[in-house]
Design a protein around this ligand. Structure first.
Ligand code: UT7
Length: 336
């Protein structure tokens, strides 16, 4: 039995900054509304033709994470890629990373858990490393949202929130069982699948041929739908539950938390959790203000930034927590 630790972190965001004022020029929105409801000031959007894809951004983040981990590429044993915005309907981006990084013919797994994708991916990596099956696993969360958003007045409740970017971690064997990932906790409630959903193209209700056949300018089925207030209410409850679950499983309490990295869904959600747990500003890392909600990429981007800024030190108790479409939610408790 081994533990798993994060041995390297990296992130990549496209250069193109889209401010709230930029959005207000193309849809009926404004900086005050967006900041008040979400805390977001700006986000990054890929520019068509700049070469960025979900996979290529993930690869750039992964190259940094691998370099920092000190793990040689030939020693990466497995790839786990979390995204809701893959380059292709199939195959998933994991195999494209194997190709683009020139990794041996290692296995590549794609995770479809949206905002909780990185937490699920870390949990899978943790299990493989604990059992001794693999020593070094590359975990990527990457999203290219901007191509798929409804950038008209109709889509404003969703489109202003999401941004593009990627984060990556190398997760490696740790022989000291007091260090590394202490536990992971995963949940789902499919009853609410349609409250935050992208229906088409899918084999369940609407495939591409249906969209083409109907040729309906009012078709919203291929844009993300979110029941914002319902999602918000569930998020604050589930974030709290799953953080408490992780602490209790390790006989820890809120006062033991050195750094909480919440999925960057909405600054108001993070602030609610911070107030509920009576954590200081130094104990919670947020960067949604400049990157928006990058779904599966948000935790690895925020974790990388917090680590780069020296806010995470050896021995710290780091808690990752996420909630999103599915509904799915989860937490990771790490002794750094
Ligand atoms: O990461 C995955 C998990 N996602 C989340 O956790 C997101 C959770 N939900 C939220 O963050 C919030 O619900 C939103 C930020 C999405 C929306 O905030 P809200 O306070 O729930 O606003 P609302 O949807 O209830 O809309 C309030 C008003 C409406 O106008 P009326 O009906 O009151 O006249 C909307 O039409 O704000 C209007 N509105 C906007 N106004 C300006 C909606 N979007 C916009 C916009 N700009 N972009």
């Amino acid at each position: 039995m081994y533990h798993a630790k994060i041995s390297g972190l990296g992130y990549y965001v496209p250069e193109n900054v889209v401010t709230n004022d930029d959005l207000s020029k193309i849809m009926d929105t404004n900086d005050a509304w967006i900041q008040e409801r979400t805390g977001i000031k700006e986000r990054r959007h890929v520019v068509r033709g700049d070469g960025n894809t979900t996979t290529s951004m993930g690869v750039k983040a992964a190259e940094i994470a691998i370099e920092r981990s000190g793990v040689a590429r030939e020693d990466i044993d497995f790839i786990i890629f979390a995204t809701l915005s893959p380059d292709y309907y199939f195959p998933g981006p994991g195999v494209l990373v194997q190709r683009d990084l020139g990794l041996r013919t290692v296995g590549a797994l794609d995770v479809r858990n949206q905002c909780s994708g990185f937490v699920y991916a870390v949990s899978i990596a943790d299990q493989y490393i604990k059992t001794g099956m693999y020593k070094n696993i590359l975990v990527i969360g990457s999203e290219l949202h901007s191509y798929g958003l409804d950038m008209t007045d109709r889509g404003r409740g969703v489109s202003v929130i999401f941004g593009d970017g990627a984060g990556a971690a190398v997760i490696s064997r740790e022989e000291d069982l007091t260090q590394g990932i202490l536990s992971t906790h995963l949940h789902s409630e499919g009853q609410h699948a349609e409250e935050l959903v992208l229906i088409a193209p899918g084999m369940g209700k609407r495939w591409v041929s249906d969209i083409l056949k109907d040729n309906d300018p009012n078709d919203e089925s291929y844009f993300p739908y979110m029941n914002g207030q319902f999602v918000f209410k569930n998020a604050v409850v589930r974030f709290s539950e799953v953080i408490n679950e992780g602490l209790q499983a390790n006989n820890l309490s809120v006062s033991d938390i050195s750094m909480l990295i919440p999925h960057q869904a909405n600054l108001r959600i993070s602030q609610f959790i911070q107030a509920k747990f009576k954590l200081s500003d130094e104990q919670v890392y947020n960067n949604i203000q400049k990157f928006g909600n990058t779904t599966a990429a948000s935790i690895p981007i925020a974790l990388t930034e917090a680590w780069e800024q020296g806010k995470i030190k050896k021995g710290d108790l780091v808690v990752l927590a996420a909630f999103g479409s599915g509904f799915t939610w989860g937490s990771v408790i790490i002794r750094w």
